[in-house]
Design a protein around this ligand. Structure first.
Ligand code: AKB
Length: 330
């Protein structure tokens, strides 16, 4: 007999959380997916219901929720990203690490079947291979966010090996969606669309030739669902899987947008985020994910830009956007 899934999403109001919660609800039913975030309920759209305010650092509150609901899956998305992390490194480390440890401990205690926790290309550093960065190789991240993701990956593997907890993870590249991003170095690739649609000049905080791995949100959501639904025997990676899709520079995405919005202008004013971007890979070797669970992205630069512009135009005026419903459910 198939067990009914009861799913907890932590960080449901963030850039990934909004779209993942909606995709999980399409797949498993609204009432089976319980959304939580630090945001006060009155600031959260009614479509988030069932929703509860939760500070993931509050172990007592998290335990009382997990004790009351018998969750079968937990998606722990709350994190401080790369740029914000550098503003207060110790606070970022504390939140990113201790929240993960809380979730892992309680998931063991309450016998959760599967846990998802996102990692990032930020686990790589200046000594990593820049092009086609392999699954295994030199990492040595230089941001506190990258340090916390690299250490977190090893904690996930440790909990799998010591306690049999089925934790799965992806090293997301920069994620592009109509909704607001969360304080990362790749956020320029979202901000640029909002300026284009508002007919404003976009001032980019990275240099024009800074290549980074990126992914359109519908691909990222589908990757997450595919990973979580893959047979356990196929999971050869217990840290986090490399996944790739697009790689482009600010000038390349600008050129693609200009094809549709010929008056759009860009200026460059690199700031502290340039050093972070320079430490990361330019493209990712995701052959292990392709082999283990069939990963394959759908969107290229042109189709992503077309879809984003259409979505942002539709959304202008609304502040908490969701990318198109083209994410395929698995
Ligand atoms: C960031 O820029 O910090 C994130 C990431 C690549 O994980 N988008």
């Amino acid at each position: 007999m198939k067990t009914k899934e009861i799913i907890l999403v932590i960080g449901a109001c963030g850039q990934i959380g909004r779209e993942l919660t909606s995709a999980l609800r399409k797949k498993y039913g609204t009432d089976s997916v319980f959304a939580t975030d630090i945001a006060a309920p009155e600031t959260v759209p009614a479509s988030m219901e069932p929703y509860q305010k939760l500070n993931v650092m509050d172990t007592v509150a998290l335990e009382s929720l997990m004790e009351s609901k018998a969750f079968t899956q937990v998606y722990h998305l709350a994190a401080v990203l790369s740029a914000n992390g550098e503003r207060n490194p110790k606070a970022a480390w504390d939140l990113n690490m201790n929240s993960l440890l809380n979730v892992l401990d309680l998931s063991v205690k309450y016998k959760v079947s599967k846990v998802f926790w996102p990692s990032s290309i930020a686990v790589f550093g200046p000594n990593s291979q820049k092009l086609n960065t392999p699954q295994y190789g030199v990492m040595e991240p230089t941001t506190i966010y990258g340090l916390s993701k690299a250490a977190g990956e090893l904690w996930c593997k440790y909990y799998f090996e010591k306690y049999g907890l089925d934790v799965r993870s992806l090293r997301y590249p920069g994620l592009i969606s109509a909704g607001e991003p969360g304080g990362g170095t790749t956020d320029y690739a979202v901000d640029i669309f909002h300026s284009a649609v508002k007919a404003q000049v976009y001032t980019c905080f990275l240099k024009e030739d800074t290549g980074l791995p990126m992914m359109y949100m519908p691909d990222a959501i589908r990757a997450t669902l595919e990973l979580m639904n893959a047979p356990v025997v196929n999971m050869s990676v217990r840290t986090a899987y490399n996944i790739g899709a697009l790689s482009f520079t600010p000038e390349e995405i600008y050129s693609e947008i200009v094809k549709q919005m010929p008056d759009f202008k860009i200026a460059y004013q690199p700031d502290f985020r340039q050093e972070i971007a320079d430490s990361w890979p330019q493209s990712i070797d995701d052959s292990t994910a392709r082999k283990d669970w069939g990963w394959k992205p759908d969107y290229d630069l042109q189709s992503m830009v077309e879809d984003m512009l259409e979505n942002i135009k539709k959304l202008s005026g609304a502040d908490c956007g969701q990318t198109s419903g083209t994410a395929v459910l698995v």
